[in-house]
Design a binder for this molecule. Structure first.
Ligand code: AMP
Length: 428
């Protein structure tokens, strides 16, 4: 390539999913899809861009995501759109817009698709990443929280990920949270000067997130901070107690984490994160979720309770690789290989390929190769059971050579009989 030629790379934080990784993605998609069906979730695919106001309204003006992490742009028509940083807002917007509350409730929905956040890329943190998510809308019963956590946790355990735990907490509701917020502020008031810059801002705007800070000096203070679970109203207390009882019943391994608050502002009551004790994920959760009973009302819908969870696909797949979890190769391995020699044979092979493909036996081929040796080598490497060899002579005679790859035994078969002959042999 000339030195002056411009080369391109994927944009910072955006990444390719290469063919060799597709097997992991297929496996994850399949597990999500199967579990979703078993637990009665229907798929929904909201668009990747929404009216910017949707995220401003729902994620909260003070959450990190809206503050600094959105990809927002103006369309030529002058509308402000935002690439979705998460899945819930779009799903709830669709729920209201399409009147899905008329369907039997609770309504269980799931999605799998790309999300966009303008973050500082690092291991396991991208600007475009995929999330799978489950939402249950229209039911406040704690059994729903427990079952949602069960299906979500099930994705990771079904994949074979080791060392899993669910961390769980309750952050109360609009009745008890304001009181807890002021308690937390009182506790932090004379410590503000010693906190990191982010936490000094959080103190004013979103004190619950003080508990979430990863900065070492801030960590020291949080250990003595009051816990939300000790200040829940009766309803939230009973709700949380029941969620834990259901989880006990399901034998789902959970750990109470009084500092778990979640980055997004819209959560109420139950919040949880899934962690693995592998070194690769010690710094970040695999997935997370919780209850958000006020969300739909904030969006202008009828007050409707809901609970959901979202998991990051890249982080899950990176962990599958680190834990050396075996997954079957993507795609089907061809059993038949088509070899051609000379122009007439190449033409005939193209047609034969179509015949076999339509019969559900798509053969592998190397039409651009000329030598029989090279083609046989490829067939061998692919592990084909049968090779079909078509040369100039065979085309003239209306025949084809069938070669059993393991024994190397070859037979001449009339072309019109070859499909049924191959089928017969593959059945054996
Ligand atoms: P959140 O929507 O922030 O609760 O994140 C839920 C999950 O999505 C996290 O546990 C991660 O697995 C994944 N996730 C969030 N942000 C990113 C990112 N920037 N890059 C990759 N995965 C992410």
């Amino acid at each position: 390539m000339p030195k002056t030629a411009q080369t391109f790379q994927a944009p910072k934080g955006f990444h390719d999913i290469l063919p060799q990784d597709q097997k992991y993605w297929e496996r994850l998609r399949k597990v999500v899809k199967t579990l979703a069906a078993e637990y009665g979730f229907k798929r929904i695919d909201p668009p990747i861009a929404e009216d910017s106001g949707l995220f401003l309204k729902t994620l909260g003006l003070t959450s990190d995501v809206v503050e600094k992490q959105t990809f927002t742009f103006k369309t030529k028509g002058g509308d402000s759109l935002t690439l979705r940083p998460e899945g819930t807002a779009g799903v709830m917007r669709a729920y209201i817009e399409h009147g899905l509350s008329v369907l039997p409730q609770p309504l269980k929905l799931y999605y799998f698709g790309p999300m966009f956040r303008y973050e500082q890329p690092q291991a396991g943190r991208y600007r475009q990443f995929y999330q799978f998510g489950f939402e249950v809308i229209g039911e406040a019963d704690p059994v729903i929280d427990a079952q949602l956590l069960k299906v979500f946790y099930g994705v990771y355990s079904e994949l074979g990920i080791k060392g899993l735990t669910a961390q769980i907490n309750s952050i109360g509701c609009k009745v008890c949270r304001p009181q807890y917020r002021s308690l937390l502020k009182d506790y932090y008031r004379n410590k503000v000067g010693k906190l990191c810059a982010d936490c000094r801002r959080r103190f004013k705007e979103n004190p619950l997130r003080l508990l979430d800070c990863k900065d070492e000096k801030c960590q020291l203070f949080k250990n003595q901070a009051p816990h939300a679970v000790d200040h829940l109203c009766q309803e939230c207390h009973d709700h949380f107690k029941s969620v834990l009882e259901f989880l006990d019943e399901l034998e789902l391994p959970y750990a109470l984490n009084p500092f778990l608050v979640r980055g997004l502002d819209y959560y109420t009551k139950t919040v949880f994160e899934i962690w693995s004790d592998s070194a690769q994920t010690q710094a970040a959760a695999l997935g997370a979720g919780g209850r958000f009973d006020d969300f739909i009302e904030v969006l202008g819908g009828k007050s409707t309770p809901a609970v959901g969870a979202a998991g990051g696909a890249e982080r899950t797949i990176n962990l599958m690789k680190a834990q050396e979890i075996k997954v079957p190769s993507a795609g089907v391995r061809p059993k038949v290989f088509l070899i051609q020699l000379g122009d007439a044979a190449k033409k005939k092979s193209l047609v034969l390929f179509e015949e076999f493909r339509k019969a559900g036996l798509a053969p592998a081929e190397a039409f651009s190769k000329q030598s029989i040796k090279a083609q046989l080598r490829i067939a061998d490497k692919m592990g084909a059971q049968i090779s079909l060899i078509l040369g100039q002579k065979e085309v003239m005679d209306g025949n084809i050579i069938l070669r059993e790859m393991t024994s190397g035994v070859q037979e001449i078969i009339p072309l019109e009989k070859i499909l049924s002959e191959v089928k017969k042999r593959l059945k054996k």
